[in-house]
Design a protein around this ligand. Structure first.
Ligand code: NAD
Length: 411
């Protein structure tokens, strides 16, 4: 059949409806990649406004502006927060069988939502489940947004701390650099280390993964050695695994001295899919000087600090613990630009010979799909819903030249 007879595949970008969300799921810079792959892009009027991208900027890159219904009529719907809230979100009833929905889903925290989307017959992809491999890095929204969050966390700490970050030698005396301690040296942690170093702070960092030692040192920070048997060698898909209660208690004990000596602590420790480990106790915080600042990036996962409350600032004897949420939303231009590129790369995987193929044989697609054909297809989500597990997918056939470094763990 001639290409001109084939209707164009349409990507729709509705306006985000989570309270306080400023980002948009696609930006004008990512559009040409999709149009070249044969997609038409429909943006709900005003969808990019809070992120700094007016409708005209999308039109200039080949998009069409439409209503919310126009955006929802698309073959592929892309959102920063997919179907925000619970299954009663009226957007769920706009979905139809065969439609593809892509974005951040929080599928393990919202199994009922995944189930409701599955019931519409739509195919749902949770970008949080994109594997942490070198090849998939360009689609990894957790990494792109965490890098932004690490940077922003340091800026918040720098403005809230009643001290300066850099060493300053003046005729009136010398000011010592601030001491910044980063706990968890993954994507957000390394971003925080780099930013704190650029501001001239004296930076220390700790992570349970021994491989983090070199990364920390390469950014000019000192790795805090805690004589602990954590068993966190590389090989768990780029993520740390849970520590025993006893190891965590020992970690807290050994870390207390570094915590007490720090002006700023930024906590970013996470074990994917688990609640955040509590690493800094209220008692440890009481050992810090009044005026010190803690930024807890893991607040939404329960927090790495005992007193953390997501979205709030808690005062512990003059030390303020910031339970920050959605820091990428405070720099929406770049956060959206990175998110949009991740989305375009992901959607591009499904464009095969000018057609849309959500069944394309690709491990990134396989691992991130959570609803398909009217059913919930992720076993962890099924377990949360009390459903029988599905047989694990068959071992993938190697795809020639398409997955050269597929299982290589990202650094
Ligand atoms: P990551 O997986 O890349 O890094 C987490 C690091 O924590 C890993 O290196 C891991 O080894 C380490 N870790 C795990 N358990 C530990 C322990 N007990 N002690 C020390 N280190 C430990 O994750 P990331 O992408 O950098 O995200 C970090 C956190 O930041 C997550 O909780 C994420 O949800 C959060 N985050 C928050 C925002 C926000 O706006 N608040 C935005 C993005 C990410």
């Amino acid at each position: 059949m001639a290409m001109m007879d084939t209707p164009r595949m349409v990507v729709g970008v509705p306006r985000e409806n989570r309270l306080g969300e400023t980002r948009v799921a696609l930006t004008p810079t990512a559009l040409p990649q999709l149009t070249k792959a044969g997609f038409e892009v429909v943006i709900e009027a005003g969808a990019g406004a809070t992120a700094g991208f007016p409708d005209e900027a999308f039109i200039a890159r080949g998009a069409r502006i439409g209503t919310r219904d126009d955006a929802f009529a698309a073959d592929v719907l892309v959102q920063v927060n997919v179907m925000d809230g619970d299954p009663s979100n009226p957007d769920v009833s706009r979905l139809r069988a065969g439609q593809i929905v892509v974005g951040a889903v929080a599928p393990f925290a919202r199994p009922a939502l995944v189930s409701a989307v599955a019931a519409t017959g739509a195919t749902l992809f949770a970008l949080e489940l994109v594997p942490r491999t070198t090849r998939a890095q360009s689609m990894d929204i957790l990494s792109s947004q965490a890098a932004v969050a690490g940077y922003q966390a340091v800026l918040i700490a720098a403005t809230e701390l009643p001290k300066m970050f850099p060493l300053l030698t003046t005729a009136a005396g010398t000011v010592a650099p601030a001491r910044v301690f980063i706990i968890g040296a993954g994507v957000a942690g390394l971003g925080a280390i780099a930013t704190a170093r650029r501001l001239g702070a004296n930076v220390e960092a700790y992570d349970v993964r021994p491989a983090a030692r070199e990364e920390v040192a390469s950014l000019g920070a000192r790795f805090v050695e805690l004589p602990l048997e954590t068993g966190q060698e590389e090989g768990s898909g780029g993520y740390a695994t849970d520590l025993s209660e006893e190891t965590i208690r020992k970690q807290q004990e050994l870390m207390a001295k570094t915590v007490a000596a720090s002006d700023v602590i930024i906590t970013t420790a996470q074990v994917q899919g688990s609640t955040a480990p509590v690493i800094v106790t209220t008692e440890m915080i009481r050992g810090m000087a009044a005026g010190s600042v803690i930024i807890d990036l893991a607040a939404e996962q329960g927090g790495n600090c005992e007193p953390t409350v997501a979205g709030e600032t808690v005062d512990v004897d003059g030390v303020r613990v910031f339970g920050v949420v959605n820091l990428p939303g405070s720099v929406p231009v770049h956060a959206s630009q990175l998110f949009g590129k991740n989305v375009a790369n992901f959607v591009g995987l499904m464009a095969v010979d000018g057609r849309l193929d959500p069944e394309v044989d690709d491990n990134v697609i396989r691992e991130s799909v959570v609803a398909k054909g009217g059913d919930v297809v992720n076993n962890r989500v099924r377990e949360a819903l009390g459903l029988e597990p599905l047989p694990e997918p068959q071992a993938p056939e190697p795809v020639a030249a398409a997955t050269p470094a597929a299982e290589e763990v990202a650094t």
